[in-house]
Design a protein around this ligand. Structure first.
Ligand SMILES: Cc1ncc(COP(=O)(O)O)c(C=O)c1O
Length: 350
């Protein structure tokens, strides 16, 4: 990988903003126009009147520890959505560079690419939603800077095979971004440990799913340190706020709680999927490795409207390629799942 050639020239030449807290965070701090008297809110643990650490050294080091990598390989964003946006901004010249999506997949990649005015190419996944090597190779161009793979894939739920992803890294002219937002629900290990041997691999993770912390907005990537340096250069100085940083450090010491969420969600997932297989209007329940799954129905709009009328909201994915008839359902609490099952059983149509 020749990173310097892949990075946009203006980003390569960019002199980053140096914020006050970059150099000093202790002493008599009269350098950042903060409120020296304190904050209207008092918390025991966090000085809210001071700007947070722009380099997030403590949190990056802890996330590095959790993933078995050095802090220099960790970049933190306001949700993984911010990391996706920044990657597009550092690699893709508007109106010139391209990204490749393996569809059907998470819609935000296309939205963020369009905001950056990068051209979007699309290769369809196979019928069982794995990487179609020959269809994918046909869509690679010399100016394809980023390829997004989502594993487990949203909305199909399945893990993409690691050997296919690593093959893609070996043939890609640019960076391969593997979004592992749902990996905690799967049996397959994360690809974070492959990053050191695969410099054009970037792995995205988030606390929004298994950790149950969508509201604090904390996502991160594990990438080659040279890529992390560019991300640090373009991010806004204080992107991660002190409350989020504090909550994340606390959460990371509670892995057992996350594991018990995962175990309960997986067991409910198996129960709901099993019961849905005998529901008349459900033609197919597709296999999953995530905390959601697809069902295929003859009349998805009717099923969607019927559930909505009962106050149950699912996601209609039937207009996406290869997802004819499909609704996406997130695994809920046992009571929510029971409500879903009894509502869907009321539907008469085959
Ligand atoms: C595949 C995938 N990636 C990323 C995200 C966004 O995650 P975050 O909350 O970390 O921005 C989502 C949210 O639904 C998702 O489905």
């Amino acid at each position: 990988m020749n990173l310097e050639k892949l990075i946009r020239p203006n980003i390569r030449a960019l002199a980053p903003y140096k914020s006050a807290r970059h150099d000093h965070s202790a002493g008599i701090l009269l350098d950042a126009n903060e409120n020296s008297l304190g904050s209207v809110l008092s918390t025991n643990s966090t000085a809210l009147n001071r700007y947070p650490d722009p380099r997030q050294l403590q949190l990056r080091s802890r996330l590095g520890e959790v993933n078995g990598v050095d802090l220099k390989s960790v970049f933190i964003g306001v949700g993984s959505d911010e990391v996706i946006d920044l990657l597009l901004r550092i690699f893709c010249r508007p109106d010139t560079d391209r990204v490749l999506l393996l569809e059907p997949t998470y819609g935000m990649y296309r939205v963020s690419a369009s905001i950056q005015d990068a051209s979007v190419d699309s290769a369809l996944l196979t019928d069982d939603f794995n990487i179609d090597r020959s269809a994918t190779v046909k869509e690679l161009h010399s100016d394809t800077k980023l390829i997004f793979c989502c594993s487990p894939n949203n909305p199909t739920g399945n893990i993409l095979r690691a050997e296919d992803i690593l093959w893609l890294c070996s043939v890609a002219p640019g960076m391969v971004v593997v979004d592992e937002a749902y990996i905690d629900f799967a049996d397959t290990p994360s690809l974070t440990r492959s990053v050191s041997a695969t410099p054009n691999l970037i792995v995205l993770r988030t606390l929004s799913k298994a950790w149950g912390l969508a509201a604090i907005r904390l996502g991160y990537c594990v990438a080659d340190p040279s890529v992390v340096e560019y991300l640090m250069k373009v991010k806004s100085p204080y992107n991660i706020n002190a409350l989020t940083e504090h909550a994340t450090l606390e959460a990371l010491s509670l892995q057992g709680v996350r594991d018990s969420f995962v175990a309960r969600i997986r067991s409910e997932r198996e129960r709901v999927m099993r019961e849905l297989r005998s529901v008349r209007c459900v033609r197919e329940v597709l296999p999953t490795d995530a905390n959601f799954f697809l069902i295929r129905c003859a009349d998805p709009k009717l099923v969607y409207r019927h559930l909505l009328a009962q106050g149950i909201v699912v996601r209609d994915r039937s207009n996406e390629p290869k997802l004819n008839g499909c609704l996406r359902i997130t695994v809920g609490t046992p009571e929510e799942n029971d409500a879903l099952l009894s509502a869907i059983r009321e539907i008469e149509i085959q």
